[in-house]
Ligand binder design. Structure first.
Ligand SMILES: Nc1ncnc2c1ncn2[C@@H]1O[C@H](COP(=O)(O)OP(=O)(O)O)[C@@H](O)[C@H]1O
Ligand SMILES: [Mg+2]
Length: 227
C-alpha cells in the first residue's frame, strides 16, 4: 500500500535549508492501521503530505496505492488522491460558507464518490460520528471537535483505500476523541482500509496496530535535522 525509500524533503527558510523530512525506508501493508509518532517539528505533516501527493519530495521513491507519486505531475497526483486517498488535515480545511453536510459532499466532487446516493452516504457518516443534528450548521457554528469530525466524514465519503490523518484527535475531549477514533478504525477495518495517523500523542498511537517512530526512520546521516 505504501513503500518509501530514501525520501528527503527540505524547505528553504531565508538563507537556511531545513531538512523537514527524511525517511530511509517505510513499508505499510494493505489494511494496516499505523501511527507515525514524533515530537512537534519532526516532519509528520510534511511526510503525510508527501504520502497524499500534496508535496513532492526532493528525492526518493514514493509508492502509494500502486502509483509512483514522485514521478507524477501535480494534476495526476491530485486525481490519484481523489480516487484513492481520504485526508484529514491538521487544520481541517473546511470551507466556511458551507454547511457540514455540504463540506462532506464537496469531498465527493473531487473523488469517485459523486454518485446519486452521495447525500445519503454523507448524512449516514455524519450521523455515525454524532453530528446527525448538526449537519446543516456551518463550521463557525460548530465546536472544534465537531469540525474535526466533519473533516473525518469528508475524508471517508469517497470510500478511499487509504485514510491519512494529521493529529486528528488533538482537539477532542478524551472520551469523544477515543470514540471517534474507535468508530473510524472499526469502519476502516470492516472495509479493509489502510489508516495512517501521525500524532505526537502516545495515547492515541496505542489505538493503532503498529507504531513507527519518525526519528527511527531517519537515515543515520540525517540525524540531528537540518544540514
Ligand atoms: N512551508 C514551510 N516552509 C518552511 N519550513 C517549513 C514549512 N513547513 C514545515 N517547515 C519546517 O519543517 C519542519 C517539519 O515541519 P512539519 O512537517 O510541519 O512537522 P510536524 O508536523 O511534525 O510538527 C519544521 O522545522 C518546520 O518549521
Ligand atoms: Mg504537523
Amino acid at each position: 500500500m505504501i513503500h518509501l525509500e530514501q525520501v528527503r524533503k527540505s524547505y528553504r527558510q531565508g538563507e537556511r535549508e531545513v531538512l523537514a523530512c527524511a525517511v530511509e525506508r517505510l513499508d505499510i501493508a494493505r489494511g494496516e492501521q499505523v501511527a507515525l509518532v514524533g515530537r512537534s517539528g519532526t516532519g509528520k505533516t510534511t511526510l503525510l503530505h508527501i504520502l497524499a501527493g500534496i508535496l513532492r519530495p526532493d528525492q526518493g521513491v514514493v509508492e502509494v496505492v500502486g502509483q509512483r507519486l514522485d514521478r507524477l505531475s501535480e494534476a495526476a497526483r491530485d486525481r490519484h488522491r481523489g480516487r484513492h486517498i481520504g485526508m484529514v488535515y491538521q487544520t481541517f480545511n473546511l470551507l466556511q460558507p458551507f454547511t457540514a453536510l455540504e463540506n462532506v459532499l464537496l469531498g465527493a466532487l473531487f473523488g469517485r464518490g459523486a454518485g446519486g446516493d452521495a447525500p445519503q452516504r454523507a448524512e449516514a457518516l455524519l450521523a455515525k460520528v454524532g453530528l446527525g443534528e448538526r449537519m446543516h450548521h456551518r463550521p463557525s457554528e460548530l465546536s472544534v471537535g465537531q469540525v474535526q469530525r466533519v473533516a473525518i466524514c469528508r475524508a471517508l465519503i469517497n470510500d478511499p483505500e487509504l485514510v491519512l490523518m494529521d493529529e486528528p484527535l488533538g482537539n477532542q475531549d478524551r472520551a469523544t476523541g477515543s470514540q471517534v477514533l474507535g468508530d473510524l478504525l472499526q469502519m476502516a477495518a470492516d472495509s479493509g482500509k489502510t489508516v495512517v495517523m501521525v500524532t505526537h500523542d502516545p495515547d492515541s498511537a496505542t489505538r493503532m496496530q503498529r507504531t513507527v517512530d519518525l526519528a527511527e526512520l531517519r537515515p543515520a546521516a540525517a540525524v540531528g535535522g537540518a544540514r
